[in-house]
Design a protein around this ligand. Structure first.
Ligand code: SIN
Length: 288
């Protein structure tokens, strides 16, 4: 059976039509889905009214799942494979720890020694308008750089930091940020990485990188700012407007993403994510 795909934007993404991810799937059929995932960087599955177990089972087709030890406050208490991204207050009425998750350009788990292969985010409660997620194609970002810039960054490593959320730090998240820094010490990741399945080179940066290993923050900043600005040019982007029961699977090895705070915070936004483990990468750096 051939997959029915509908492109989401020129830059990236495809909707996989008429597939119920909770139904049994042959190896060959899942193989076609995985090929589409490699080709398009993100896949959208609409109308997936599924249980948490089914979300986890489908995600396991992509690989072993993270149990989110690096983000203990955000994992579901009964399903460690599920990461909550929600502004629903906790049972005691206090604000959710994950209400600002993803509000900066990033690739999941880049601040750990085993960055993620991919993530599967399910939209469960969606605000009336907004709460979009924006994705950037990091192959295009790399491939469209000049040869001079490619040479300059070829061997650089960006120091990826945990606990860098600006909003949370200012308003409420100081203990969380400190805890994050303890659990996840700084790690240097290559700025250019080769995708293990496609062999293509992709830029690997985002807002968690403040400097390159071996360079000062002042020296690094103009280059980091330029590369992040370049990578997020509108022509490299897909912006997703969520509907309830959408699932988006994205490849963290060649994309980065940002959760927009473009919605009325008195409305609920509740998302649940599984995170597929990638391969070990990067090296620890002594201090920041
Ligand atoms: C994430 O960064 O994993 C969450 C993205 C979102 O909530 O839109």
């Amino acid at each position: 059976m051939n997959l029915k795909l509908r492109k989401l934007s020129h830059a990236m993404g495809a909707e996989v039509c008429d597939v119920d991810v909770a139904q049994p799937m042959s190896e060959a059929f899942f193989g076609d889905i995985y090929q589409a995932f490699l080709e398009h960087g993100i896949l959208l599955f609409r109308n997936q009214d599924i249980t948490r177990e089914q979300h986890i089972d489908f995600s396991r087709r992509f690989g072993e799942l993270d149990r989110h030890d690096a983000l203990p406050r955000d994992r579901h208490p009964d399903y460690p494979e599920i990461l909550l991204v929600t502004n629903e207050p906790k049972a005691d009425g206090s604000p959710s720890d994950s209400r600002y998750t993803g509000r900066q350009w990033h690739s999941d788990m880049s601040f750990t020694p085993v960055p993620s292969l991919g993530s599967l985010l399910r939209g469960i409660t969606i605000p009336e308008v907004g709460g979009d997620t924006v994705f950037a194609n990091m192959y295009l970002a790399y491939e469209s750089l000049s040869e001079g810039m490619k040479k300059l960054i070829a061997d650089l490593h960006g120091i990826q930091l945990a606990g860098t959320r600006k909003i949370a730090n200012e308003q409420s998240g100081v203990p969380r940020a400190q805890e994050q820094k303890k659990i996840n010490p700084p790690i240097a990741q290559p700025v250019v990485r080769v995708h293990p399945d496609t062999g293509r080179k992709a830029l690997y940066l985002g807002d968690k990188v403040k400097r390159f290993d071996g360079m000062t923050a002042d020296e690094s900043k103009p280059i980091i700012d330029y590369l992040n600005r370049h990578a997020t040019r509108l022509e490299f982007i897909y912006r997703h407007q969520w509907r309830a029961n959408d699932i988006i699977a994205w490849d963290n090895r060649c994309t980065m993403h940002l959760a927009l705070g473009d919605f009325d915070e008195t409305q609920r936004r509740h998302m649940e994510r599984t995170t597929v483990l990638g391969t070990p990468s990067g090296y620890a750096v002594a201090h920041e």
